[in-house]
Design a protein around this ligand. Structure first.
Ligand code: ADP
Length: 477
């Protein structure tokens, strides 16, 4: 069975967040299922390193019709560790700094979606399953169903984050889509063209990245208004928990960290000492170190952090944040780092190497998200034997259970309501457990047993692919 992943980012080529981790690791897990051959198609961004570009081979010039304009994309190919990667290049749309954030992002990914469909004739295989991810690939599903380039091909659409829907002005439909108006209903939402809705509406099956988020999405608050569509498609909708590549995120083999370790807390602490020195914090292996590695956006619970962190930092602790994003939050963390230079640091950039040092050095990883479709950072933290502190939402709820001193069960700390006092209470609780030898040992022991690789979830996707190919009449189209 041939599966084609369509996405806007993928490790090790280009990454801004968890989507890249998933697209970079799930195909490798799927290919261990004998009947599956997995390919991934991505835009060829300027930011992808020249080393990768040198390893790609040119395959074809693909004509892409955008309204009255006849454009082209260049198709490149690379095989990496048994997974086939295809890249679509276009000077105008992708030779820019960064990945997102341009006024014409809608048009850039509309072009990508059309180019993917046009490139199906030029691939080395015929996809049985088109598996599209997030709004940037949503229109691919719509075009696949409307144009039917490969009749028997089924489409799966995965929502990694409902917050980002890819809205395009409606008048672009006439200019860019070259489609009869009857198709507009499956793409229009609230007076805009909505790429995420287009993907969900046209897909044979819809998935999201954790069972709890799948439940939450039936609620207007979490679904950002799209719950009627999901409720209508309930039979075709499910949540499959993300995993991580435990070979890549492995403190014993990680080339970015100072001292490799597996279960030894003593060796883990050596990483803390090295990081404290690197960031000019007070050097002390005993001081509990709390960290965040995150996009600095409201979703990540930063309004709660702003309310209580300065109070909590009065304790004998240290805090480091690595992240980029909204100015309000960057300014807050800079203020804190300037005011408490021996206890706090803010590194306001995207830095893969430093992120690994933080995961390896920290005692606690903070993730009090407002909502969290799955969250990979808490899984990476657990993999580095760092205790996650989370709010019970989405995938955080499915992967972290709060430590209970009475039963000795739990792999982290959590709180329910989106409330800063509750977060502060749980932070104090974590500190108490840290200083209580027996309980801390028990918690670390529980964490050592955690496993969040792809094995189980890849098998679920594999079953889903099989079922959608054998099912009759699942598609509404
Ligand atoms: P999201 O996809 O919503 O950003 P996830 O927790 O699913 O959140 O995934 C975030 C991924 O991005 C993790 O691999 C995390 O380590 C990484 N990441 C986030 N911010 C940074 C940063 N500033 N530098 C390096 N890695 C980062």
């Amino acid at each position: 069975m041939n599966v084609l992943f369509v996405a806007s980012e993928c490790t090790p080529f280009i990454k801004t967040g968890g989507l890249a981790d998933v697209i970079g690791s799930l195909p490798h897990a799927l290919k261990t299922h004998e009947h599956l051959d997995v390919s991934v198609i991505l835009p060829l961004y300027d930011e992808i390193s020249q080393d990768w570009k040198n390893r790609m081979t040119f395959k074809a010039i693909v004509p892409v019709e955008i309204g009255w304009r006849n454009q082209t994309a260049e198709l490149y190919y690379l095989n990496e560790d048994g997974v086939h990667y295809y890249f679509l290049a276009n000077t105008f749309y992708y030779e820019r700094k960064g990945v997102y954030g341009y006024y014409d992002d809608g048009e850039r990914f509309l072009f990508f979606s059309k180019a993917v469909i046009s490139s199906l004739d030029y691939l080395d295989f015929i996809p049985d399953i088109l598996h599209a991810h997030d709004w940037q690939a949503g229109l691919t599903v719509a075009f696949a169903k409307i144009y039917q380039p490969i009749e028997r091909m089924k489409a799966i659409f995965t929502v990694h984050n409902m917050k980002y829907q890819g809205l395009i002005p409606l008048d672009m439909y006439e200019d860019f889509f070259s489609l009869p108006r009857e198709h507009i209903g499956g793409m229009e939402w609230d007076g805009m063209l909505n790429c995420l809705k287009a993907g969900m509406f046209h897909a044979d099956k819809i998935t999201t990245v954790s069972p709890s988020y799948a439940n939450e999405l039936k609620d207007p608050y979490y679904s950002e208004g799209l719950h009627p569509l999901l409720n209508e498609r309930e039979a075709d909708f499910c949540g499959i928990l993300n995993g991580i590549n435990t070979d890549e995120y492995n403190p014993l083999k990680d080339p970015y960290i100072d001292v490799p370790y597996s279960y030894s807390r003593a060796k883990k602490k050596l990483n803390k000492l090295a990081l404290q020195e690197e960031l000019n914090l007070q050097i002390s292996e005993e001081k509990p170190l709390y960290v965040m590695v995150t996009r600095l956006v409201e979703q990540k619970g930063l309004h709660l952090i702003e309310c209580i962190l300065e109070e909590f930092i009065q304790e004998d602790i240290q805090f480091i944040v690595l992240g980029t994003g909204e100015w309000e939050f960057e300014r807050y963390f800079s203020y804190l780092a300037n005011k408490y230079p021996s206890k706090s640091a803010a590194i306001l950039t995207f830095d893969e190497a430093l992120s690994r040092k933080l995961y390896a050095s920290a005692d606690f990883f903070l993730m009090p998200s407002l909502f969290e479709p799955c969250g990979l950072s808490q899984l990476i933290a657990l993999q580095y034997k760092t205790v996650p502190i989370v709010r019970e939402t989405g995938g955080l709820k499915d992967t972290v259970s709060s430590y209970n001193e009475l039963t000795g069960e739990g792999n982290g700390f959590s709180f329910t309501n989106y409330n800063a006092h509750d977060l502060l209470t749980v932070l104090h609780y974590s500190l108490r457990v840290y200083h209580d030898n027996e309980n801390w040992k028990q918690l670390c022991k529980n964490i050592n047993k955690c496993k969040y690789d792809w094995k189980h979830s890849a098998a679920e996707y594999s079953r889903l692919y099989k079922s959608v190919l054998t099912e009759q009449g699942v598609s509404q189209n």
